[in-house]
Design a protein around this ligand. Structure first.
Ligand code: FAD
Length: 454
């Protein structure tokens, strides 16, 4: 891994010491507090030797190995060649909270990525993936964000269903579904949450019954991201009548474009509709489209959740870093780096960003496959809280202007969109309260929370 001082593209401000008012557009540097050393600069020959000696003193060595360096060069070169024209014009947009932006172009970009062999990075080669190591996946994500490539459209398919099928799917399911996911031609959505089953997912009530060679699904899902774009949905549903909690559930793969499914968009704070209510009223899927044994869907569903928290996190964090850098530049532009409180808050945000990165690298090192629950909970709690705080700081930096939209077509700006969508980050993927419960019980060994009597 490249060390942080190389990764940070340097905008602005002396952190850790008072340098007085920063003139607008002044060149900006990150300075470490006195007494904290940084590695000697990169280079070859004697320079490389100095860095080797620095790391040999016990500092965590996050440098790329020679083969990782080669991989990084390959990723950079491919992105430089292909991220052009309409793809470059997207300006890196289309991420969380911005999913509707340039959707069709981003769909074409998926095909381009697939043709270049950049989908299914971590998936074993025998399943059509690239078989990349964790370090290589991290490198790809870092370079992807650094290049300003657009938000991906099939995260649910590639990041959640594909690895789940690789582990739990039958050879027939793998042969049927993996090629479409990896080619970027079949999009997926996740049908877990229901009005009465969110944090308490074992409360799922949507049911499926066998009718000859098919399952017939009835019930309601909610907050289903991109259900309006998806071709398929992985649905957690109850297949054993009278069963309770995590018993008697099955993990079904259900085609979306059929009369038994109605998708109703939910309008969000950002004024877009990325998630939906999904009503199943006699929707059908083939009997073979159950992953794992019928009635044992809970185990499969948890495996999918674990994949949700893997290496994509680091790319995510590089996105945060770029947002932080833009915010610092904005603060400089507004002459706010002479404001002691703003300076202090930016400095704190930067320190916490570094902590987040090193903790993620630590929890990923030596890990192949999904990240284990306690580390995943700590990481989720940390990044969601940190990022929400950064978006609040951004609103303070923008001042009163943060409360109004620019002229027609009255779209929220980057910071405004991030602030509005940021409210959901401490909810989806397991809310902060749930993460704290997991950390309390499984990491700190505190007594379990009292269970309800229902
Ligand atoms: C942007 C976004 C996208 C989403 N995409 C999807 C998707 O694609 N597919 C999907 O299936 N779901 C999706 N979700 C749903 C998400 O998983 C749920 O919102 C989340 O699990 C919380 O469930 P809930 O909304 O039902 O809230 P609830 O579980 O009802 O919780 C309400 C409040 O009570 C708190 N709470 C609940 N239980 C406890 C407890 N035991 N201890 C302490 N506090 C507790 C929660 O922290 C929360 O503050 C998405 C959500 C968002 C916001």
């Amino acid at each position: 891994m490249a060390p942080l001082d190389e990764v940070v593209a340097t905008p602005v401000m002396g952190i850790g010491r008072s340098t007085g008012a920063a003139p607008v557009d002044a060149p900006v540097r990150f300075e470490l507090p006195d007494g904290v050393s940084r590695p000697p600069p990169a280079g070859s020959g004697p320079a490389r030797g100095a860095r080797d000696r620095w790391y040999a003193r016990g500092a965590m060595d996050l440098r790329d190995s020679p083969s990782e360096e080669k991989f990084r060069d390959e990723v950079r070169a491919w992105l430089a060649d292909h991220l052009t024209g309409e793809y470059a014009e997207l300006g890196g947009r289309g991420g969380s909270g911005d999913e509707t932006f340039g959707f069709e172009v981003r769909r074409r970009w998926e095909l381009e990525l697939a043709a270049g062999g950049w989908t299914g990075l971590g998936l074993p080669v025998e399943h059509g993936g690239r078989g990349a190591t964790i370090a290589e996946q991290v490198i790809f994500n870092e370079e992807y964000v650094r290049a300003g490539a657009p938000g991906r459209v099939n995260v649910m398919g590639e990041g959640l269903v594909a690895p789940t099928l690789a582990v739990y799917g039958t050879p027939e399911q793998q042969a049927r579904f993996l090629p479409g996911i990896l080619a970027g031609t079949e999009l997926w959505c996740q049908g877990y949450s229901e009005p009465g089953a969110g944090s308490d997912l074992a409360g799922v009530q949507t049911r499926a019954v066998r009718d000859g060679d098919e399952w017939v699904v009835t019930g309601q899902k909610v907050w289903t991201s991109l259900a309006h774009q998806a071709d398929w949905c992985f649905v957690l549903c109850r297949t054993e009548p009278g069963s309770a909690r995590h018993k008697g559930l099955s993990y079904l793969l259900v085609p979306m474009g059929q009369p038994g499914i109605e998708v109703r968009p939910i309008r969000q704070l950002t004024r877009t509709s990325e998630f939906n209510e999904v009503f199943f009223d006699g929707a059908r899927t083939a009997a073979d489209n159950v992953v794992g044994q019928p009635g044992e869907g809970w185990r499969v569903a948890l495996a999918t959740l674990a994949f949700e928290r893997g290496v994509a996190l680091l790319g995510h964090q590089l996105g945060f870093q770029r947002e932080f850098e833009r915010l610092v530049a904005e603060a400089v532009r507004r002459g706010l780096t002479s404001d002691a409180v703003v300076r202090q808050r930016l400095a704190r945000a930067y320190g916490e960003l570094c902590i987040m990165r090193y903790n993620t690298l630590r929890s990923l090192s030596g890990v192949e496959g999904p990240v284990a629950p306690p580390e995943a909970s700590i990481a989720k709690l940390y990044w969601a809280t940190w990022h929400q705080g950064l978006t609040e700081l951004a609103m303070d930096v923008l001042g009163a202007g943060a409360t109004v939209l620019d002229g027609f077509p009255y779209e929220a700006g980057d910071f405004q969109r991030s602030f509005l969508f940021g409210r959901s980050e401490t909810i989806y993927g397991g809310s902060n309260e749930i993460q704290r419960n997991i950390i309390g019980e499984r990491v700190l060994g505190l007594p379990p929370e009292p269970k309800g009597t229902q």
